[in-house]
Design a protein around this ligand. Structure first.
Ligand code: NAD
Ligand code: DAU
Length: 332
């Protein structure tokens, strides 16, 4: 394998993966990205440029995808509409990109017999009670709650069908909540960090008891590369780093790390249908493929993420006011 096509490589996790691959392998990478509001070419600044090609294009467009798929050895498919709150306001782009876009790529991969790795989310499994001793694994039944997670579940099922019906050489990974550099300010952690920088109090949905299972984006990248290189075709691997924390604790950690009082945040209107808890059992990935996370310490990862947003205001500033205006209109 010499060449990768990375869809959504100008987004948060895709760009972290491109940095990781170009810094840790000799692979050549082509990024295919539509540059929606969530994509930013500047997220790819600083990578070894000779092994990176950037193509602006839409994965829904079969003609745009065809040659790029033909030329590559493997496709790593990150491109998606990714934000739950947006999917509650306007689900249509989620159906188009996440379902039709994935279908378009699968058909091209089938025509050209290419290795395909599909990036998905733990949200396809629905949510857990706070005291449930079980965590999600690859046999957990699908039970998505939001329009976003329903479209990701749909795309996973399409990949499984293409493996079974057409023999596509595909794997799937379902990862928990990522944090780290290059994450859009609409998302929980960057929103609160940039609020504190701007002197705005962090905003916690509802009671703040909801639990997310945090993993550093760098660990997600190393896991995806491991699955791409060693994963068994047709298998699903769950990626997680045992990082469960409730939202209230995360906000308090951010405030403390930024030198503010831990209580200086506001409770705002809750998200409709808000999933209570996600938790990943990544035993299969660890025992079968020998993967382990390198950044399991959330507090130090959070401190370096705070530093990144302090040092990279030019990257996030253009999105901040428009994002906050959208939230304000929703009472959030
Ligand atoms: P993001 O919103 O930051 O980035 C998405 C990228 O896809 C953007 O660069 C955007 O321009 C591009 N894109 C959107 N529609 C496109 C289209 N039609 N054609 C081509 N490019 C298009 O998202 P993210 O948080 O980096 O998530 C990336 C992937 O990882 C998604 O598939 C998401 O479901 C999955 N995932 C995310 C998380 C998380 O915590 N953020 C966790 C698990 C899985
Ligand atoms: O679990 C993986 C998923 O994680 C990915 O599939 C999604 O693409 C990604 O966006 C993320 O989904 P969440 O909905 O969990 O992430 P978000 O950052 O939107 O919210 C995290 C938690 O914080 C959630 O419980 C809602 C809450 N929240 C969010 C915002 C933006 C707040 O309390 N306040 C906020 O301002």
């Amino acid at each position: 394998m010499k060449k990768l096509l990375v869809t959504g490589g100008a987004g948060f996790i895709g760009s972290n993966f491109v940095h990781y691959v170009l810094e840790n392998t000799d692979l050549h990478v082509t990024v295919l990205d539509k540059l929606t509001y969530a994509g930013n070419k500047a997220s790819l600044d600083g990578v070894p440029g000779k092994r990176l090609r950037f193509v602006q294009g839409d994965i829904v467009n079969a003609a745009a995808v065809e040659d790029l798929v033909q030329e590559t050895d493997a496709i790593v498919h990150y491109a998606a509409e990714s934000h739950n709150d947006n999917s509650l306001q306007d689900p249509r782009p989620f159906l188009e990109t996440n379902i039709i876009g994935t279908y378009t790529l699968l058909e091209a991969a089938r025509r050209h017999n290419k290795r395909f790795h599909h990036i998905s989310t733990d949200e396809v499994y629905g949510d857990l009670e706070l005291d449930d001793p079980e965590r999600f694994n690859d046999l957990t039944p699908y039970n998505p709650s939001s329009p976003y997670s329903a479209t990701k579940a749909s795309s996973d099922l399409l990949v499984r069908a293409w493996v079974r019906s057409f023999g596509l050489q595909a794997t799937i990974s379902n990862c928990s909540n990522n944090y780290g550099p290059y994450q859009h300010v609409e998302k929980f952690i960057p929103r609160q960090i940039t609020n504190v920088i701007d002197g705005i109090r962090p905003k916690l949905y509802g009671s703040g008891e909801n639990v997310r299972d945090w993993i550093h984006a760098n660990d997600h990248s190393s896991a995806v590369l491991t699955i791409l290189e060693q994963g068994r075709i047709g298998e699903t691997y769950l990626i997680g780093a045992d990082g469960e924390k409730n939202n209230k604790d995360v906000v308090e950690l951010i405030l403390t790390a930024m030198g503010e009082s831990a209580e200086s945040y506001d409770h705002v209107v809750d998200r409709p249908g808000h999933d209570l808890r996600y938790a990943i059992d990544s035993t299969k990935l660890r025992t079968e493929l020998g993967w382990t996370p390198k950044f399991p310490d959330f507090e130090s990862g959070l401190a370096s993420t705070v530093e990144w947003y302090r040092n990279n205001e030019a990257w996030w500033r253009p999105q901040k006011a428009v994002t906050e205006a959208k939230y304000a209109a929703q009472g959030q």
